[in-house]
Write a protein that binds this ligand. Structure first.
Ligand SMILES: Cc1ncc(COP(=O)(O)O)c(C=O)c1O
Length: 477
């Protein structure tokens, strides 16, 4: 049996060559072929199921498995017709960032463990703060896996900020009153998960009805807050959406910020993908007030084209994070001056240099080119809506404001909504089975339709024309 490092040294030249070969092949073939894996005649978990390897396998055998299993059976998120969720293709520069981050294996929990890692994360947080409209230097934040975790941390920060230190020590049962969190009925479901996890309880998340534009109805919001106060409940937080999960609607952030101020509540905004639209001159109006929020969820793995995972919670006042997550431990050597250790800004202790790939992406692309691409995607979304409206067999389900287009096949003949729901509900699966396109189903006002997220810098109008043709063929077959 060879020692680990002897095996590594022997294989190193082949490893580097193999990495380069894989990377080149990916770059050459991306955008072509099937979007989703084809030709699977038995469940993939059966193909890959193996016992725990006792001995070491050769690099060659492992590479064969990568080539036969991992690459061909991966969904091609970089394909121009991968339009499901806001999952854009990743930038090549980030592959370099990921490789170097693994190579250096920095633990960025404490300044003294990774002074450079801490500094890079601080810079990246500052840049993202400026994108979402936090001007002050007191803004802070923490990188996390994604929007769901950012929303969870935000609820904890909001609770600590509004209810004070007592809640940290005694938990949620201060005076046995119920805390209340308000959000739109269209908020991302991670908010409910977060409320369950941190003990607020899903029943204390109060979904406020939305208007026809899918925005929180602000009069209903104020009424609900007043009612809860009169019943001795404790309103703590309003969660606004800058880009709702289904259709990409924007709440009236100016109005929400006023209600939060008047009622001394915390305002959190989920801008997981919507925040980046501020880089474009075509950004929806409401986004000019995003910086009024006390905290904001913003995902670089969405419209900054950084690969998974890269999420972020930003807060206007960095001290709020320290109050919520700062901890002490006798073996931990802390930053001097205090308040810079990343471990004190969130839940993670050991943490990778996640910021490197974001830092490289933002330097390499620059705010102007990001803005141009996001503008192109916003225009493409409106063009796609016009294209849909110009046909006789398709209709839009809503006039969008962002990069999400919701539509459905309605056919030429008169069909009932139930029949159309059935047909449209099956289209995404049919397209995926044939490897033609990857889109989501969506339900709007009881109509089931299709949802295309135009977040891919390789998608253009011609691809969207092809998509409509594929859907026509799929319905006719
Ligand atoms: C508005 C919104 N919030 C939160 C999330 C969750 O983000 P993540 O998948 O990064 O956890 C999403 C993801 O699609 C989203 O669209």
């Amino acid at each position: 049996m060879m020692p680990i490092d002897t095996i590594q040294k022997k294989d190193f030249p082949d490893l580097v060559k193999y990495l380069e070969k894989c990377w080149r092949e990916q770059v050459e073939k991306r955008g072509t072929g099937a979007v989703s894996p084809l030709g699977l005649n038995r469940p993939i978990k059966d193909i890959i199921d193996e016992q725990l390897p006792e001995g070491s396998q050769s690099l060659n055998d492992i590479c064969v498995q990568i080539e036969r299993l991992v690459i061909p059976y991966s969904v091609q998120t970089s394909h121009p017709l991968f339009l499901a969720y806001v999952t854009p293709p990743a930038l090549d520069i980030c592959v370099l960032g990921e490789a170097i981050s693994s190579m250096l294996n920095q633990n960025v929990s404490f300044v003294n463990l990774s002074p450079i890692g801490t500094a890079i994360e601080e810079v990246v947080i500052k840049w993202m703060g400026s994108i979402i409209g936090y001007g002050a230097t007191s803004c802070g934040g923490v990188l996390v896996t994604g929007g769901s975790v950012a929303n969870q941390l935000a609820l904890a920060v909001a609770r600590r900020s509004i209810l004070g230190q007592e809640v940290t020590k005694k938990g949620n049962y201060v005076e046995m009153k119920h805390q209340r969190v308000y959000c739109s009925e269209h908020i991302h479901r991670s908010v409910y998960k977060a409320a369950a996890l941190i003990g607020i309880g899903t029943e204390n998340v109060s979904p406020v009805p939305a208007n026809h534009r899918h925005q929180i109805n602000v009069e209903d919001l104020q009424r609900q807050i007043d009612k809860d106060k009169s019943e001795n409940k404790i309103p703590t937080t309003i969660i606004g959406a800058a880009g709702t999960r289904a259709i990409g609607a924007f709440d009236d952030l100016e109005a929400l910020s006023k209600i939060a101020k008047d009622n001394q509540l915390w305002l959190h905004v989920d801008a997981a993908f919507g925040g980046a639209l501020r880089l474009s001159w075509l950004a929806p109006n409401s986004l000019q007030y995003l910086g009024y929020a006390d905290s904001v969820t913003f995902d670089p793995h969405k419209l900054l084209f950084v690969p998974f995972d890269a999420g972020c919670l930003l807060v206007q006042d960095k001290q709020r994070l320290l109050d919520t997550f700062g901890s002490e431990g006798e073996y931990l050597e802390r930053s001097d001056p205090p308040g810079r250790d990343i471990a004190d800004f969130g839940m993670d202790l050991g943490r990778s240099l996640k910021a490197l790939k974001i830092w490289l992406a933002m330097k390499y692309i620059g705010a102007k080119a990001y803005g141009r691409e996001i503008t192109r995607l916003l225009k493409l979304a409106r063009q796609f809506e016009s294209l849909i409206k110009s046909t006789s067999e398709f209709e839009t389900l809503i006039d969008g404001e962002s990069i999400i287009v919701c539509f459905r096949w309605k056919g030429e003949a008169k069909s009932t909504d139930e029949e159309l729901n059935n047909i449209n509900g099956q289209i995404p699966l049919h397209l995926r089975r044939k490897g033609l396109a990857f889109i989501n189903p969506v339900s709007i006002n009881n109509k089931i339709g299709l949802r295309a997220c135009l977040s891919n810098f390789r998608t253009d109008k011609q691809h969207l024309e092809e998509l409509l043709d594929y859907i026509r063929e799929c319905v006719e077959s």
